[in-house]
Design a protein around this ligand. Structure first.
Ligand code: ATP
Ligand code: MG
Length: 279
């Protein structure tokens, strides 16, 4: 059965799309069957997978509105070996159009039931809000991956997100849980980041992933080439960190890694980040 994860955080610019795209590419690189669903009208994940959001035959908007099936809206990313359902600004209207529809929170779940079994992982890139689009993602998902900057205000926002997830769990989707918090754009040279990282560990324990994504310029450059960072520069520190994160997820789910059985690092360790990052 597919692991269906929302990558969500109502804060903007915290690395949701970068995480979704690179995790999709990294999971595909280690042999997993992956579907990425772009649920953000900005269409950044779509473009980051090398798919032109202005030329989509069918988008996630069409799937939500019932204009086409999930299967019809799928296409292979030209950048890596995974499937994508793209989005564009059409989707901005869906938030309003869905309001009057039946089973409005479950439109995504209903539409994807038929195709889930084709995949090991389904990753949903959510917009920076807790509106009806994100709610559709949360109703379909089994879990939430929360990318987080290790900054003071990030901790505040986390409470809102955790409460929303609890409400969805109580009222709409009993399967939903937080899979983990992913520390992103991490710079070990910044003392405050180390402190917040430590606090996260103390509060959330093993709900904080062992893998840490460093701040890395290659990850930021990659979308302008229509490529996930993992493909654009596989040797960059950020790309290696996403491969490690993909391995951690597969191992957590009881899966096997190709050619090696690598265990996630010990709690709290961040050895790759101690030295100043150059690329
Ligand atoms: P939004 O809320 O608008 O959807 P988001 O949460 O999806 O934003 P991203 O678009 O992934 O965030 O990232 C925000 C910016 O930070 C982008 O310019 C991206 O290239 C950059 N960025 C993300 N992760 C990293 C990283 N690890 N190192 C360097 N830059 C990064
Ligand atoms: Mg985004």
């Amino acid at each position: 059965m597919a692991q269906i994860y929302c990558v969500a955080n109502q804060k903007g610019g915290v690395g949701k799309t970068t995480t979704t795209v690179n995790l999709a590419a990294a999971l595909a690189a280690i042999g997993q069957r992956v579907l990425l669903i772009d649920l953000d009208p900005q269409g950044n994940a779509t473009m980051g997978c090398g798919v032109d959001k202005r030329a989509l035959p069918h988008s996630v908007y069409d799937v939500l509105l019932g204009n086409c099936t999930a299967q019809q809206a799928m296409q292979t990313s030209p950048a890596a070996n995974f499937q994508v359902i793209g989005s564009n600004r059409d989707l901005a209207g869906a938030e309003i159009e869905l309001v009057s529809m039946e089973r409005r929170e479950n439109r995504l779940r209903d539409a994807f039931e038929a195709v889930q079994d084709q995949f090991d992982f389904v990753l949903i890139d959510c917009p920076p809000s807790l509106g009806l689009l994100t709610l559709n993602g949360l109703c379909m998902a089994k879990g939430v991956i929360v990318p987080m900057l290790c900054e003071y205000y990030a901790l505040e926002g986390l409470t809102d997100l955790v409460n929303s997830i609890k409400q969805v769990h109580a009222n709409l989707n009993r399967d939903l849980k937080i899979i983990g918090i992913l520390r992103v754009m991490f710079d070990a040279r910044v003392t405050l980041q180390q402190q917040v990282s430590e606090e996260l560990r103390q509060h959330f324990g093993d709900k904080v992933f062992d893998s840490i994504i460093p701040r890395n310029v290659r990850l930021a450059e990659a979308p302008s080439h229509g490529l996930p960072g993992v493909v654009y520069d596989p040797n960059a520190k950020g790309s290696k960190a996403f491969i490690e994160f993909a391995e951690e997820l597969v191992v957590r789910n009881g899966g096997k890694l190709p050619n090696k059985t690598k265990k996630p690092k010990a709690a709290g360790a961040a050895p790759a980040l101690v030295k100043p990052a150059s690329n």
